[in-house]
Design a protein around this ligand. Sequence first.
Ligand code: FMN
Length: 199
Amino acid sequence: MLHHPKTATPDHPIHDLIANRWSPYAFDERPVEQEKLQSCLEAARWAASSFNEQPWSFIVARRESQTSFSTMLECLADANQAWAARAGVLMLTIAARLFSKNGKPNRTAEHDVGLAIGNLSIQATSLGLAVHQMAGVDLSKARQVYSIPESHDPLTVVAIGYTAARGEDRQFAERDLAPRSRKPLREFVFTDAWGTPDI
Ligand SMILES: Cc1cc2nc3c(=O)[nH]c(=O)nc-3n(C[C@H](O)[C@H](O)[C@H](O)COP(=O)(O)O)c2cc1C
């Protein structure tokens, strides 16, 4: 297993790809190959979803297309622009609010977009890429800039790219070297009643 300072330290065995996924700040500016991006999107496509609605849509901005890239970058919160400017790809995620077959609200749409991005993140890790998701996005600006209809909600932007060599970008070294931490299972896995640990 490939170990780096950000590799998870799991209490129970997990797949290497899950252990090695992490959210970097220091990207290098290398573009993401089209075939790799397509594989990441294909992995998202095969996620499970309620009634197989596949409520996700994505708007992709590659750094090679400067105007397209800066348009999406400018939808991000300033603190995110500071590092996401170096990612190879920025991608806005969008959820369809209603089921296509009956027009009723799809209450798991956001959940299902999250599953798709989970798949995408793992596929990206397997291809030597990293993904950093962002809630810090001006969503009303994104809706306007991309003419997203009321039937759909923009949710997040994900940065996809290659991480910079360790320590190369000093500005982010502290965050990018800090160990990853998680709550223990007993704090969120219950049995019989809320708060009663199962494990
Ligand atoms: C939906 C979502 C939104 C996030 N928003 C931001 C963000 O706006 N800015 C940021 O720097 N990181 C953001 N993150 C990254 C998280 O801070 C990061 O995933 C978390 O600290 C765990 O670190 P890890 O992904 O390296 O395990 C976001 C992550 C997710 C899943």
